[in-house]
Write a protein that binds this ligand. Structure first.
Ligand SMILES: [Zn+2]
Length: 383
């Protein structure tokens, strides 16, 4: 047990302080003055901090019981939080939503006449196809056997192709498309590959192949327009625009050049293929914010880069930082590169789509509640 008697060895013990009552009173006074001074100093610091920082926060810290934390602002309805933009660990990029009117988005998302949640599109960028070529990383051709394997996997997974106009309707309004869709885009001018590989695949499967066509010197290539028009008559081609002369668009590209690349091909393609292009494939994958404005002015509804970011869903586009900066996701759509391993991207896209559909069902009650209270209407039930 501890002894309560004063410790004779303690030099601060009163019994051992020489000098009597006066000294003791002086000591007490000095202590009190010191404490008062310290307290005044603390209050002064506190007051100054109140003004400098945030008075309420300091009050809360000092008097937690006296200042109740502010009650949350009354909300009329639950809000859609960012977590409701479905994300997947299978993707390297965070997808971007782009439909600004939440009520419109929810109505289109659950409308039974439109695509069901989890409907996915795999956009693919093709260049040439080579028979038995040794593929090295960075090559732009697709080995023929890989193309065949991709078709087999696509068939097995139930993928079908859509055109650029169908993709635009889907991305803009969630129009109905096959639940697992692809858009095959063959860049540049590859009449031989289109005739030898892509068109036969399209015919066999009832698919379409989208061409990113460059006007260039097509007029001076004997019979080329006619050949393409004949192939287009099969109903399996979907000719879109890849520029007038395939000039890369950089920040210092003159506006006249950008306008020529974007505007001039439109009437020419319309004349030869009977449809106005709705999609622009950026030459070399290069774009600028100004070029995107001009593309919109020209009436394009979609444009593709050559970034490989992930599959596409309604109001859900995986974009890198460069594309996010321009603030118009539909004009900087990513595409998977056609190279060995493409079939695996189809499998991944199918998995992402299934997860998105499952998440949508979980989110439905909350979205329906939001729609009821904010949009003043009833959401269609999930399918
Ligand atoms: Zn090109």
């Amino acid at each position: 047990m501890r002894d309560s008697t004063p410790d004779p060895t303690n030099e601060h013990s009163e019994q051992h302080v020489p000098g009597g009552e006066n000294n003791r009173a002086g000591c007490v006074m000095r202590k009190r003055s010191f404490l008062l001074l310290a307290f005044a100093l603390a209050v002064a610091i506190w007051v100054v901090l109140c003004f400098i920082v945030d008075c309420r926060r300091w009050k809360e810290l000092a008097f937690p019981a006296a200042v109740p934390s502010p009650s949350p602002a009354p909300t009329l309805a639950p809000t859609l939080e960012p977590s409701l933009v479905f994300s997947s660990s299978l993707l390297s990029q965070q997808p971007q939503a782009y439909v600004r009117d939440v009520c419109e988005y929810l109505r289109q998302r659950w409308d039974p006449a439109r695509s069901a949640p989890g409907t996915v599109v795999v956009a693919i960028m093709f260049h040439s196809v080579q028979e038995g070529g040794l593929y090295r990383p960075g090559d732009t051709f697709m080995p023929a056997e890989e193309l065949t394997r991709t078709v087999r996997v696509a068939q097995r997974l139930g993928f079908q192709t859509i055109t650029a106009a169908q993709l635009a309707d889907f991305l803009e309004h969630n129009a109905r498309i096959p639940p697992r869709s692809m858009i095959w885009i063959v860049d540049d001018r590859r009449p031989d590959d289109v005739e030898d590989y892509f068109l036969p695949i399209a015919r066999d499967n009832g698919w379409t192949v989208t061409l990113g066509w460059i006007i260039g010197d097509t007029d001076h290539r004997k019979g080329l327009w006619q050949r393409m028009e004949d192939m287009n008559a099969s109903g399996h081609l979907d000719v879109q625009c890849h520029g007038y002369a395939h000039r890369y668009i950089a920040p210092d590209t003159p506006e006249g050049v950008i306008r020529q690349e974007l505007f001039d091909p439109i009437p020419i393609l319309e004349q030869h293929f009977g449809q106005k292009p709705v999609a622009f494939v950026w030459p070399g994958g290069n774009f600028t914010p100004r070029a995107i404005e001009i593309a919109r002015e020209a009436g394009y509804r979609l444009a593709f880069t050559s970034f490989s970011r992930g599959p596409l869903m309604y109001n859900w586009i995986p974009l890198g930082e460069r594309e996010q900066e321009v603030g118009d996701p539909l004009m900087v759509l990513p595409r998977f590169w056609a190279r060995p391993g493409l079939a695996e991207h189809l499998r991944t896209a199918a998995e992402v789509a299934e997860a998105a559909a499952a998440q949508a069902l979980k989110d439905y009650p909350r979205e329906a509640e939001y729609y009821r209270t904010v949009c003043d209407s009833e959401l269609a039930p999930p399918r």
